[in-house]
Write a protein that binds this ligand. Sequence first.
Ligand SMILES: CC(C)(COP(=O)(O)OP(=O)(O)OC[C@H]1O[C@@H](n2cnc3c(N)ncnc32)[C@H](O)[C@@H]1OP(=O)(O)O)[C@@H](O)C(=O)NCCC(=O)NCCS
Length: 142
Amino acid sequence: MTPNAIRYQPDLSGISATRLTGFFAGWSNAPTVETHLRILEGSAHVVLALDAGSDRVVGFINAISDGWYAAFIPLLEVLPAYRGRGIGTELVRRMLAELEGYYSIDLVCDADVVPFYERLGLTAIPGMALRNYARQRRGVAE
Ligand SMILES: CC(C)(COP(=O)(O)OP(=O)(O)OC[C@H]1O[C@@H](n2cnc3c(N)ncnc32)[C@H](O)[C@@H]1OP(=O)(O)O)[C@@H](O)C(=O)NCCC(=O)NCCS
């Protein structure tokens, strides 16, 4: 069966928390759909991938930024059933186009995803991070 086409939207129009199910696959302390929506609402840039047939949200990428100099991409995910179809590549490509002109665009990823980002023009550099795993799930009221 031919998979449905994917459409992309650069905003949250029409998106409620109930449309954000299935993400954070494999996370032991995954954010709720409400927390996920709040993360996206607080982001400077968001690109969503939607299954054009079912209108299901199947992928997303977000960026936070100071508005003109530096941007950071905290999250990128494609639902497991939709991976390997170029959706992740297109989400990054569209986000990088939105962030064109910034001095720095940074993200943190596992080593196995480095080749994916290198193909998109990013360079692996050393970085430092601090994670408060007790806050990984983080309720919207907190
Ligand atoms: C990374 C991710 C967004 C890629 O989405 P996708 O729609 O499958 O990506 P594409 O179809 O555009 O590209 C897939 C390519 O990236 C490679 N790739 C993606 N994730 C990979 C991983 N974790 N390990 C190794 N290779 C990976 C695939 O092997 C594939 O390569 P190929 O085209 O040579 O076969 C998706 O795998 C995902 O959601 N992973 C879990 C969350 C994650 O790791 N996000 C990045 C955190 S910064």
